[in-house]
Design a protein around this ligand. Sequence first.
Ligand SMILES: Nc1ncnc2c1ncn2[C@@H]1O[C@H](COP(=O)(O)OP(=O)(O)O)[C@@H](O)[C@H]1O
Ligand SMILES: O=P(O)(O)O[C@H]1O[C@H](CO)[C@@H](O[C@H]2O[C@H](CO)[C@@H](O)[C@H](O)[C@H]2O)[C@H](O)[C@H]1O
Length: 464
Amino acid sequence: MTRLEELLTTWLPTQRWFAGKGVAVDALRIEAAHVVVPGLPGLRILVVAVTQDGRTDRYQVLLGLRSPGAVPDELAHAVIGVCESPAGLDGPSTVAAYDAAHDTVMTAHLLSGIAENRDVGAVRFRTTPGTGVHTGLRSLVLTGEQSNTTLVYGEEYVLKTFRRLWPGLNPDLELTSALAGAGSEFVARPHGWIEVDVADPATGRTTPTTLAMLQEYLRSATDGWVLAATSVRDLYASPGLPPGEAGGDFAGEAQRLGAATAAVHRDLARVLPTDVLGSEAQSRLADAMTARLHTAVAEVPELAPHAQTLYAAFEALRDSHADLPVQRVHGDYHLGQVVRTDSGWVLLDFEGEPAVPVGERQKLSSPLRDVAGMLRSFDYAARYQLVGHTDDAALVTAARAWAQRNREAFCEGYASGGGVDPEKHQVVLRAFEYDKAVYEVMYEARHRPHWISIPLDSITALTG
Ligand SMILES: Nc1ncnc2c1ncn2[C@@H]1O[C@H](COP(=O)(O)OP(=O)(O)O)[C@@H](O)[C@H]1O
Ligand SMILES: O=P(O)(O)O[C@H]1O[C@H](CO)[C@@H](O[C@H]2O[C@H](CO)[C@@H](O)[C@H](O)[C@H]2O)[C@H](O)[C@H]1O
């Protein structure tokens, strides 16, 4: 009879949020199966350890269990398979296992657990102090290019369930709570979280680990990426016009986004630790960028012709002795992480790079790293509609002009909003932009190979 582990070995690599795509799964172990709803239909929160190519990553699976033949049609698409019943379950010898994120009956328990500050076995559901949580709302899974899985409850809350688990407090919860506590108008209010203790292989200790975060749902939100892409499309449809004169100019929004980013950085620096990077620490930063480039060149040989210029930019950072002010930052900043609401820009997803251990992501960094991330995103927005049309000189010129105009507007907004003037820190900014582009090359190679030309073409343009 099929075991659940076998089903998961086939199913996990097909999920958008699975980080180890394209690499064979050597072993899969269910480290913990927390019973949230006993019986059938039932809900387990699984912590699954997946070993690939010598390294082990952990994932969260919200596992629904129903009697085979009792799976409603609307859940058919979420079925993982039929397997032997897990230990401790009274009833049939086999069960249908499915992704419970899609089961509104099961997800209702997650919301009510948070509202009632419940402890269910080892799983702790918590309401953010000072807020209340309404229950009885139906959830819907957001579809999109996500690293995690987000549920929207009614029009009130989003519950972000973290898929790749790293032991520790998730920076998304940590920073969003800190900013909300500081009175920032640029984040969605946190309402609660779910956590469980997970053993940390690095320290041998168990650590409270965030499984999910509940936040205010921003009804009027439009994704920054969608807005920017619409502006680019308008420009492409207006041959010969400069971006400022084509309909849908984005520069005003880019300027306001720069100002919002500076305000968030200011608040983070006010309520969380800050420091200044001395030359040794700066040298380690350059080492880390160089090491990442090394890995990327081995994985994507098309990077090799540009490697010398990229290495030189990281060396320039090492030699700059800039006494870099550092603080907590967003860490994976791009247009898909910001939404425009009717009252202005709101920043989301302070998780940092999901593939990096939490301890690393909590390290202080230069706010210019976020600035570089957003500048790279303007470049992406300008280029992605060119994929397959890079021989159209007029479109390529328009793309460049759009990215340049919005880059300048964002930097101007950032500086006038109280941040440093990014244009006055070229060496540092360039190193961060190159480092992000290198990261993107690896990200696209692993997740969206049809888009790898976007960061590769930018690197070609940036390095001349
Ligand atoms: N509080 C919110 N209100 C409205 N939409 C949201 C909210 N949080 C997230 N979203 C939507 O969900 C998308 C993915 O959320 P995000 O936190 O970036 O997840 P991931 O880490 O998986 O990328 C966002 O781009 C946004 O469109
Ligand atoms: O939002 P996530 O935390 O999942 O971030 C990851 O995925 C992003 C893509 O969805 C990726 O961003 C890259 O593509 C964006 C367009 O889709 C572009 O705006 C960004 O500039 C580019 O980096 C991000 O790097 C990755 O960590």
